[in-house]
Write a protein that binds this ligand. Structure first.
Ligand code: AMP
Ligand code: ZN
Length: 423
């Protein structure tokens, strides 16, 4: 499986992270079904925006990218996203890209312009536009695009190699100094690590055209073989009904969520409640609901026993939902039915750990682990019980506040006080 990775010109926003979570779920579902997944995720560490950002800061491109790359890996860890087997970087595969482009020229699929740039000739690739279902009238033959970004109205020959001036960031090549276009890196690095044909290629829906379309043209043009068996593209995260994007300036980073007191896994939970083919409109209210659900779940399973026996009757239903085009929202519904069911808590424990192999909420950390309550808090709790019994409610309320300041909350129940850690 190959998944298009981050462009390290800024911190990842939670829209990017939604896509990375969806890809993680896909990997986990495959693994639970017994497949062994070999996964590659590239790091785009050279493109127009990185070069511009580095120039503005007076830094080299790798120096400029480094902190964003580091933050990307930290985000993955906080969100329980499994590691890929390889994270190849574009700048470390320039030689391979040059060879690949030479091959495309040799096959008559690419041509060099006078300035030293090399373009892919889309008219030479019979099935261009098939993935994104473009009609032939949209193809503008003989016009070219050099920029890394373009829209569906610009169906043109695209740059494989961009000529640059002597004082710009670039590499020597048979066509003079230049740097690779954006699309070529994914063809080169996916095939280097996974072979000419591989099973799954995933990304966000904005990559369908032109990025994935161009990858197919390059790869199948070069090998004459099928490139990818299945493309899977996840829908966008929106904010106020608009696509969250760095360029639109309407984005939040994971750090922004943490600064407001949210656990990163509450965002993962939120993502699990929507289908990957549906847009997800982000609101703080929905994140709060996700956080509450997660907190309640953690409190609940602390009181459970350690797992014993087989998975219960809900497991099959859960897996069927997950296997049905990753219907995770439905699977989450089954998950809650299981949690609230009358099954024994040891069998529920077995089932929840199995389900969490797909959900990835890190529940093992809480399962059957009663809260450790410090002795000073225990003392205050029993003092408060005495006050309550003697009818001194003012004093008992004072003690409740004191306990709260120490991070614990009391819920009075028929069977005595129930203690929770404040979230
Ligand atoms: P980038 O760092 O811009 O190259 O994007 C990394 C990944 O995030 C790609 O798979 C994009 O398709 C995806 N992506 C970008 N914006 C969004 C969004 N608003 N919602 C979901 N995925 C997104
Ligand atoms: Zn890509």
């Amino acid at each position: 499986m190959y998944t298009c990775g981050p462009t390290t010109y800024d911190f990842a926003h939670i829209g990017n992270l939604r896509t990375f979570i969806f890809e993680d779920i896909l990997q986990r579902v495959l693994e639970v079904n017994g497949y062994q997944v070999k996964r590659v995720m590239n790091i785009t560490d050279i493109d127009d925006k990185i070069i511009k950002g580095a120039r503005e800061k007076g830094e080299g491109i790798s120096e400029f990218s480094a902190p964003f790359e580091k933050a990307f890996f930290e985000d993955l860890e906080k969100l329980n996203i499994k590691s890929a087997n390889f994270y190849p970087k574009a700048t470390e595969h320039i030689g391979q890209m040059i060879k690949y482009i030479e091959e495309l020229i040799k096959r008559g699929l690419a041509y060099q312009e006078k300035d030293g740039s090399v373009y892919f000739d889309i008219s030479k690739f019979e099935t261009y536009g098939k993935l994104s279902q473009l009609n032939k009238q949209q193809l503008k033959h003989g016009t070219r695009i050099l920029s890394d970004e373009y829209s569906k109205d610009d169906v043109q020959d695209f740059a494989l190699w961009k000529a640059v001036e002597e004082d710009e960031v670039g590499y020597d090549s048979p066509w003079g100094k230049g740097r690779p276009g954006w699309h070529i890196e994914c063809s080169v690095m996916s095939q280097q690590y996974l072979g000419d044909t591989f099973d799954i290629h995933a990304g966000g829906v904005d990559l369908l055209f032109p990025h994935h379309e161009n990858e197919i043209a390059q790869s199948e043009g070069k090998t004459g073989k099928k490139f990818v068996n299945s493309f899977v593209e996840g829908e966008h995260l929106l904010v106020d009904g608009q696509k969250m994007a760095k360029s639109a300036g309407n984005f939040y980073k994971l750090k922004d969520l943490e600064d407001r007191g949210f656990d990163p896994l509450s965002f993962r939970y939120l993502v699990l409640t929507s289908h990957y083919r549906d847009k997800l409109n982000f609101t703080w209210k929905s994140l709060e609901a996700a956080q509450n659900a997660l907190n309640n779940l953690r409190d609940e399973i602390r009181a459970w026993e350690q797992p014993k026996g087989d998975v219960g009757q809900f497991w099959q239903e859960f897996l069927e939902a997950a296997n049905n085009d990753l219907n995770i929202p439905q699977a989450v519904g089954v998950f809650w039915q299981m949690v609230n069911s009358d099954n024994t808590i040891s069998s529920k424990a077995t089932t929840i750990l199995e389900m969490d192999k797909i959900l990835g909420l890190g529940l093992e950390e809480y399962l059957g682990k009663p809260l450790a309550i410090p002795t000073n808090v225990m003392k205050l709790i029993s003092q408060r019980e005495e006050m309550r019994k003697s009818g001194d409610f003012a004093k008992s309320d004072q003690l409740r506040e004191k306990i709260k300041k120490l991070g614990f909350e009391i819920e009075d129940t028929n069977s005595g006080p129930k203690i929770k850690k404040q979230h």
